[in-house]
Design a protein around this ligand. Structure first.
Ligand SMILES: N[C@@H](CCC(=O)N[C@@H](CS)C(=O)NCC(=O)O)C(=O)O
Length: 221
């Protein structure tokens, strides 16, 4: 199937989801750690548009943007199919993954670095977005169904991976047990899967990374 190389960063939630999928699919790959604060020529050469990790190189052809990479891996390597077969269900999986990246990931980071009244508004807005995910998971074990995790679970895996650490760094609570019981139960179930748990970076590494990002954003305000 050709050589596979992943340019990533250990503390990046976007890279972690790609590694989960490569491992689930049983794809052999070489991992190259990059420094997002001092980007390598390799990263800049292969992702000149966004200059971000992850970048997957398959036979030296680069693919950027983690959700695009997930779909590419799913379509390229057979077995353990992650996206739904039904085209409407597949469209919905893409819709919610994109929504969560745009509204929940970005909304949570924004809430972490804002202050005062702006922070309160950002928290409220992020919680409104998380409420859609709470509704979506109610009555199900996984977003992709009852038995096995799929594309949307992997795309949302950053919630158990690092949301509580970001909440701690940002001095805020976004997802609590009272308002989000089903989402938290899903997060617990997802994080218990051995292949998923194995790739959780140490908490202090993630906390340091988030402190750095939040600090940089605050200094630019
Ligand atoms: N939408 C992108 C986001 C990737 C992203 O934000 N990567 C961060 C690391 S977590 C990065 O490379 N940051 C460098 C920068 O913003 O310049 C994806 O899904 O791949």
């Amino acid at each position: 199937m050709g050589a596979v190389k992943l340019i990533g960063s250990y503390t990046s939630l976007f890279c972690t989801r790609v590694e989960w999928v490569l491992k689930l699919k049983g794809v052999q790959y070489e991992y190259v750690e990059d420094d997002v604060f001092n980007k390598s020529p390799l990263l800049l050469q292969h992702n000149p548009v966004h200059k971000k990790v992850p970048v997957l190189l398959h036979d030296d052809k680069p693919i950027a943007e983690s959700l695009v990479i997930l779909q590419y891996i799913d379509e390229t390597w057979s077995g353990n199919t992650l996206l739904p077969q039904d085209s409407y269900d597949r469209a919905m999986a893409h819709f919610w993954a994109k929504f969560a990246d745009e509204k929940c990931v970005m909304g949570s980071f924004m809430a972490a670095w804002k202050d005062g009244e702006e922070k309160e508004k950002a928290i409220e807005s992020a919680q409104e977005s998380f409420a859609f995910l709470e509704k979506l998971i109610q009555g199900k074990k996984y977003f992709s169904g009852e038995d096995e995790i799929g594309y949307l679970d992997l795309a949302l895996g950053w919630i158990p991976l690092c949301l509580d650490i970001l909440e701690e760094v940002g001095g805020m609570k976004l997802v609590d047990a009272e308002k989000f019981p089903s989402l938290l139960e899903w997060a617990h179930n997802f994080a218990e899967i051995p292949l998923i748990k194995e790739r959780f970076p140490p908490r202090d590494a993630l906390a340091n990374y988030f402190h750095k990002i939040v600090g940089l954003k605050r200094s630019k305000k």
